[in-house]
Ligand binder design. Structure first.
Ligand code: FAD
Length: 152
């Protein structure tokens, strides 16, 4: 095994980060204020920009649909300049707006945030061929301990 004081590799960073994120989500307020809810959205949007594993961060942004939006924006600019797409652009923009709203952080309460994060982690699990986690057990795993008492 590598010494403990080496820089983190991708998997060490990933596991540590998921541990932090899931624990934070499982202790997020049950009834957050509007400000707390907005701050948490902001937290994930900034996190997705700066997560220090470039392919991981780009895919995570795409899962949150920010990169997808970026690609479409480039497409619209390039093609919009070369031909008159004025008829199609409003429709495309509606499609973009619909898609950008697919997976934004769900910060309305603790359960919603924990489930949303579990689903995002499962997207990565599927990509890496790892087992999908049962999101109904997310608080058992990260807050309460397993019902069989094995964490007591
Ligand atoms: P991890 O996936 O790190 O999981 C840690 C523990 O979380 C597990 O033991 C399990 O008990 C629990 N768990 C598993 N799934 C869930 C879930 N859905 N909800 C709640 N708890 C769960 N690696 C890459 O190679 N490519 C990538 O693109 C990539 N993207 C990443 C994006 C992000 C935002 C993060 C934080 C990590 C990413 N990683 C990526 C790292 C990867 O997800 C794993 O952390 C790494 O492969 C180590 O996996 P692991 O088997 O130790 O368990």
């Amino acid at each position: 095994p590598r010494p403990k004081d080496c820089p983190l590799d991708k998997d060490e960073l990933g596991t540590s980060t998921w541990r932090f994120l899931h624990t934070m989500a499982s202790y997020y307020p049950k009834s957050p204020t509007k400000k707390q809810s907005e701050d948490m959205v902001q937290f994930f949007n900034i996190f997705a920009q700066f997560y220090p594993c470039e392919p991981c961060a780009l895919d995570f942004q795409e899962d949150l649909f920010m990169r997808w939006f970026g690609k479409w924006a480039d497409f619209l600019i390039v093609f919009g300049m070369s031909m008159d797409l004025s008829v199609h652009i409003p429709k495309m923009i509606r499609v973009i707006e619909a898609n950008i709203k697919i997976n934004p952080p769900r910060t309305e309460n603790q359960d919603a945030l924990a489930k949303w994060l579990c689903e995002r982690h499962n997207t990565v699990n599927v990509k890496l061929g790892k087992p999908v986690f049962d999101c109904s057990k997310v608080h058992e795993r990260w807050r309460d301990g397993w019902l069989d008492g094995s964490c007591d």
